[in-house]
Design a protein around this ligand. Structure first.
Ligand SMILES: Cc1cc2nc3c(=O)[nH]c(=O)nc-3n(C[C@H](O)[C@H](O)[C@H](O)COP(=O)(O)OP(=O)(O)OC[C@H]3O[C@@H](n4cnc5c(N)ncnc54)[C@H](O)[C@@H]3O)c2cc1C
Length: 414
């Protein structure tokens, strides 16, 4: 995040995170990338001990009562360590706990949020199913009401933290006959009998987070673990998309930043044809474009975080978050690609970490909602807003400012 948008409390928090980032052992980064670690438990425990998790929440639930701008800043700084570090930092504290803080009751917050923010429990978010992730409403996991408890059957795929989570936030169908967005509920499911972690995927990048398939077979879930109202899963999903997608955007900036920093250093030192290569515009212009893209990404994340902090209408926030997720993730992928290109062959080797960052960040435009899904949301919200603005007659009708604006016979639409 830009220094000039942060106040003193936010800067102090940022510096605490930077201090922590400096202490994380290099070997852990290498071991995660080599799939020698299935989840960085100690990394999260220490983050909890330092009170870095869940900074937005009230002190009662272990937070610092900071805002979304601070959360975005934290995600960017943790992202510097690598994409999976930011992901596990975010999934439990920023997503799952956000859902419980907003939609849960005090018993649930006491039992699940406080220990997670202290770094003592881990959680995973279970939305995607083998049959599809983009189509949330098509969920085929089912929760049957059995009087004093529910029984959940189904499976979820690509679940980060599937190997380590003590509890899971699970969306399941509770009314098979209702319209899709009225028949899904959200549950907090403890790791207990019937919960099985089935398969650890061989990933291109973003390794070490335990992404797995989680199977729920006749899992008994007490009524007290329904999150929000019965059939109210869509409400939870709607608000969770904010930390999920805004957090992804912010952490992607942090993950791309080291690539640009390394490429900047390298092109300052490396010589070709008797000159340092930064003196060639073929090299310095992609660096300049990358700096511009990172700054534009930061500006967008900041503006969207402010919109959430200032409680802008939900539909508008949906559009801003979706645009931000798509723009920032795709821009940062370009930044990493430029950084690799200006380093020539050595950028493609593991002598520098850019190849790992490249592998990690390919995921950015796929998970937490693909770029295509972001465009679907942006398009539908944009058309809706445009129609509403036109109906409210809020702005000048520019269509009339053409010389031949009155030529209605030329304005053919069908
Ligand atoms: C490493 C990793 C970690 C993940 N972690 C988690 C996690 O912790 N929890 C979790 O729940 N999920 C997680 N996911 C799942 C991720 O969010 C989904 O993979 C993603 O949302 C896409 O869903 P899908 O893979 O089923 O693709 P599909 O939904 O099958 O989509 C396939 C293609 O079709 C396109 N498409 C689909 N619908 C439309 C449409 N309406 N218009 C245009 N194009 C469309 C998509 O954009 C995509 O290109 C993770 C995934 C990975 C790879």
């Amino acid at each position: 995040m830009f220094d000039h948008v942060l106040d003193d409390a936010q800067k102090r928090f940022r510096d605490e995170i930077r201090d922590y980032v400096k202490t994380v052992p290099r070997q852990l980064i290498l071991d995660m990338d080599a799939d020698r670690v299935d989840f960085p438990r100690e990394f999260l425990r220490e983050a909890g001990r330092r009170n870095l998790l869940g900074c937005r929440y009230s002190k009662r639930w272990g937070g610092r009562e900071l805002d979304w701008v601070s959360s975005a800043m934290a995600m960017e700084e943790i992202g510097v360590l690598g994409y999976m570090f930011a992901c596990v930092f975010g999934v439990g504290a920023e997503l799952v706990c956000d859902a419980i803080v907003r939609h849960g009751n005090d018993e649930q917050r006491d039992k699940y949020v406080k220990p997670l923010v202290r770094g003592e429990l881990f959680a995973a978010e279970c939305l995607t199913e083998p049959r599809g992730g983009s189509d949330f409403f098509g969920t085929s996991t089912v929760a049957e009401d059995r009087g004093d408890h529910f029984v959940i059957n189904g499976q979820k795929r690509f679940i980060v933290g599937g190997t380590a989570a003590d509890y899971f936030l699970v969306y399941a169908r509770t009314d098979p006959n209702a319209e899709p967005h009225k028949g899904i509920s959200c549950f907090i499911v403890d790791r207990a009998e019937g919960v099985e972690t089935k398969y650890l995927y061989g990933l291109m990048g973003c390794r070490g987070g335990g992404a797995s398939r989680v199977v729920f077979r006749d899992v008994k879930v007490p009524k007290a673990n329904l999150l929000g109202r019965l059939h109210g899963g869509y409400d939870v999903f709607n608000t969770m998309m904010i930390p999920e997608r805004l957090g992804t955007a912010a952490m992607t900036i942090g993950a791309a930043r080291p690539a640009l920093e390394i490429a900047t250093q390298y092109t300052t030192k490396r010589k070709a044809f008797g000159q340092t290569i930064k003196s060639y515009q073929g090299v310095s212009f992609p660096i300049a474009e990358s700096a511009m893209l990172l700054d534009a990404s930061r500006a967008m994340v900041h503006a969207t975080a402010l919109a959430v902090d200032r409680k802008v209408a939900q539909n508008r926030v949906r559009r801003l978050v979706s645009e931000t997720k798509k723009f920032v993730t795709e821009s940062c992928q370009k930044v990493v690609d430029h950084s690799m290109q200006v380093m020539g062959g050595i950028g493609y080797t593991n002598v520098f970490p850019i190849e790992r960052i490249h592998r990690d960040l390919r995921l950015a435009s796929i998970w937490t909602g693909t770029s295509e899904v972001m465009s679907v949301i942006t398009a539908s919200e944009w058309y809706r807003e445009s129609k509403e603005a036109r109906a409210a007659n809020l702005t000048r009708d520019m269509e009339l400012d053409a010389a031949e604006a009155g030529a209605v016979e030329e304005k053919v639409y069908e």
